[in-house]
Design a protein around this ligand. Structure first.
Ligand SMILES: [Fe+2]
Ligand SMILES: [Fe+2]
Length: 356
């Protein structure tokens, strides 16, 4: 443990360190820099709090189209009331002293739905007991960020880590803005009082040994830019990539580890949205991401959300170790319109647990 810490601090020497107490942050990573050793953990467990961003994909696609298409800013789009769900995952890492630390990745969209999802998964109580170390925002897309109230009503002081490119309106939402005059848009009645960290574009922050939050600076539809991706290095296994939507593309995320991290070519698995076939339509170029994952040697592909079941099925048929889901999502109040039949959940769903 101590050796790990020393190794990591050595890597930091020579780089300008930004950020705040308890959190090491690095500005844009340089290709010529030595490979980063940010330590390891003993294990990682991820609970799928909710992976259903919205309940009816056709409906949200129509909302966006009617408002002018994907180049529009999300805060200018009226969304159908009652279609919002939200993405959120609870990451728990175990260190070598047996200590466990939990992080919440994203906070969903609909407050009503996220209140329900947090109650189902016990996240509400953990927040109230201050046992979640931080809220990591992958990006400020509606289905990942607009449900901020559900987190802050339980723990307004929680440390929040977000991409430095967060939209101005999203920053104001943290302070208690109200955009709900426009249908489906958010408000936050519980202003955030805790520490905030913006992960520099192209850089990364390390909240504890073995966990890195890397900011990939990409343009994302609906006026969003930049996505935080969590890399966890599990001893004797390898790297696990944890995404919200995975907008940079899984190929780029795999390459990012190989280019920047010590033993970064050693991939063990992934969790979250891979943004490949969100509209459930197969295109031949999607084969590339199947080939890339196979070549990476990943052993557990716990994809969900915007990955698309059509992709997961093809990947599975070709031998990709896609982690199947259970019927646990049926215990939630509401099912997505395209919810799988009983016993046929291709990938990790609401309430499921994945151990890396
Ligand atoms: Fe999403
Ligand atoms: Fe997204």
């Amino acid at each position: 443990m101590e050796a790990n810490r020393r190794a990591f601090l050595k890597t930091l020497a020579g780089a300008s360190v930004v950020g705040m107490s308890g959190l090491f942050c690095l500005p844009e990573l340089q290709a010529s820099a030595p490979k980063l050793d940010f330590g390891e953990v003993r294990g990682l467990t991820i609970k799928c709090v909710s992976e259903v961003g919205w309940f009816d994909t056709e409906m949200i696609a129509n909302d966006v189209r009617r408002a002018g298409g994907p180049s529009m800013n999300q805060y200018d789009i009226p969304f159908a009331p009652d279609n919002a769900g939200g993405y959120s995952a609870l990451l728990t890492v175990e260190d070598f002293e047996g200590g466990k630390t939990s992080y919440l990745l994203d906070t969903g969209w609909s407050t009503a739905w996220m209140d329900h999802a947090f109650a189902k998964s016990g996240v509400d109580e953990m927040l109230r007991n201050r046992t979640i170390a931080g809220l990591i925002i992958s990006h400020d897309h509606n289905d990942h960020f607009w449900g901020l109230e559900s987190t802050l009503k339980n723990d307004p002081g929680i440390p929040i880590i977000f991409p430095a490119t967060l939209q101005e309106k999203s920053l104001r939402l943290l302070d208690g803005a109200d955009y709900s005059a426009l249908s489906g848009n958010p408000r936050n009645s519980f202003p955030h009082t805790g520490p905030r960290t913006a992960v520099p574009a192209g850089g990364m922050c390390v909240p504890q040994l073995g966990v890195a939050i890397a900011m990939l600076d990409v343009d994302i539809p609906l006026g969003v830019r930049g996505e935080n991706v969590v890399y966890v290095k599990v001893r004797d296994k390898g790297y696990v990539i944890v995404t919200g939507c995975g907008h940079p593309g899984i190929g780029r995320l795999i390459d990012h580890a190989a280019a920047n991290f010590l033993d970064g070519g050693r991939m063990y698995g992934c969790y979250g949205g891979l943004h490949i076939a969100p509209l459930e339509k197969w295109h031949p170029e999607m084969q590339g991401s199947i080939d890339k994952i196979q070549a990476s040697g990943m052993r557990k592909v716990a994809c969900n959300h915007c990955t698309g079941r059509v992709w997961a099925r093809r990947a599975q048929e070709q031998g990709v170790p896609v982690v199947p889901g259970t019927d646990g999502f049926r215990a939630y109040d509401r099912l997505a319109k395209n919810a799988p039949d009983t016993g046929a959940n291709l990938y990790v769903g609401n309430g499921d647990l994945v151990v890396f």
